[in-house]
Design a protein around this ligand. Sequence first.
Ligand SMILES: O=C(CO)[C@H](O)[C@H](O)COP(=O)(O)O
Length: 213
Amino acid sequence: MNLQLALDRMSIPEAVAMAERVSPYIDWIEAGTSLIKEFGMAGIHALKTAFPEKVIVADMKTFDNAKYEFELCYQAGADVATVMGAAPPVTVGTCMETAERFGKEVMIDLLHTTEAQRTALLQHRKAIFCLHVGKDEQEYSGGRLQTPGFAGFEGERRIAAAGGITLETLPGLLGIGPSVLIVGSAITGAADPERAARELRRAVDQVKEVKRS
Ligand SMILES: O=C(CO)[C@H](O)[C@H](O)COP(=O)(O)O
């Protein structure tokens, strides 16, 4: 299981500094949507330059203009870029084609998708499917990550999980067998980010141990 650090609501130097502090404990680094909206492709480029060995995820949340936006991300150094699963099917398909052309990856964000949309998205076998409870749902309507209704994404599909994940909520998510666990504020907003990241790493590694034994 890969631990992905989401970097949101900070400047580019702050994002690079935060990633440096916790880098031994994380696998993937996300240029968060807010970082990209505020600073554009420069955030992605800075993270790839500082961490060439890490997988850099551009959380673009693309909804339209797929070819242009995904080319920008991959050219800036992203290894993975995100598209909303609720976007028109042609948009998601174009993201998949662009990724194929660049030898890169796509993460499909299932935030606010219907069951019919999720079923249709299953055709994108190479994608990573992200179960996601958005910030607004967390903060204003007490949303929590739930697994029912996502049948069909198990097995050979790679799954990511995101949305207010903490050390305490992590055990409840293990049943879905995520290959990517996305954590932002539980690390970046912690009084001691190194400690928070170290503890999450330990929890993730324990899951690996249990699976092996
Ligand atoms: O995509 C996002 C917000 O839309 C965040 O990157 C994701 O939710 C992880 O951050 P946090 O752990 O703080 O929720």
